[in-house]
Design a binder for this molecule. Structure first.
Ligand code: HEC
Length: 101
């Protein structure tokens, strides 16, 4: 194996390591969600799709979303991101209530 090949391999290894660790939560903005373009869908997309792929609202029951939201708010705080305001929380929960399973 020549040097260039070896170097390329190690870059690949590093990249996959990054993928397996923190960076597996890369934003993937292409999940299709209901009521696209509404205030609720926009808030949901912008607040919930930046660390990981946007989960479809049907993934959980409304009770499940209510339980999960504070955990996500904790993750947001841990990363020093702007906290979800109470108004935003209302918007998100109204949206999730309408489209949860
Ligand atoms: C600051 C980054 C961040 C943001 C923003 C974020 N999440 Fe998460 N989310 C995580 C992490 C990290 C996990 C992995 C589980 C854990 O650490 O609690 C996760 C996991 C999840 C899961 C999987 C939980 C499971 O048990 O399978 C769902 C669903 C989810 N998030 C929904 C949301 C929703 C809804 C929002 C918006 C309110 C949101 N996330 C915003 C970081 C984030």
């Amino acid at each position: 194996m020549n040097n260039t090949k070896a170097r390329r391999l190690s870059i690949l290894t590093l990249a996959s390591l990054a993928l397996l660790t923190g960076c597996s939560l890369m934003p993937v903005g292409n999940t299709e969600i209901p009521d696209e373009g509404s205030a609720g869908a926009d808030a949901y997309r912008s607040r919930c799709g930046s660390c990981h792929a946007l989960p479809h609202p049907q993934r959980l029951s409304y009770a499940g979303w209510q339980r999960l939201l504070p955990i996500m708010e904790q993750r947001i705080q841990e990363r020093g991101m702007a906290p979800i305001s109470s108004k935003e929380r209302d918007t998100l929960l109204t949206y999730l209530k309408a489209y949860s399973r």
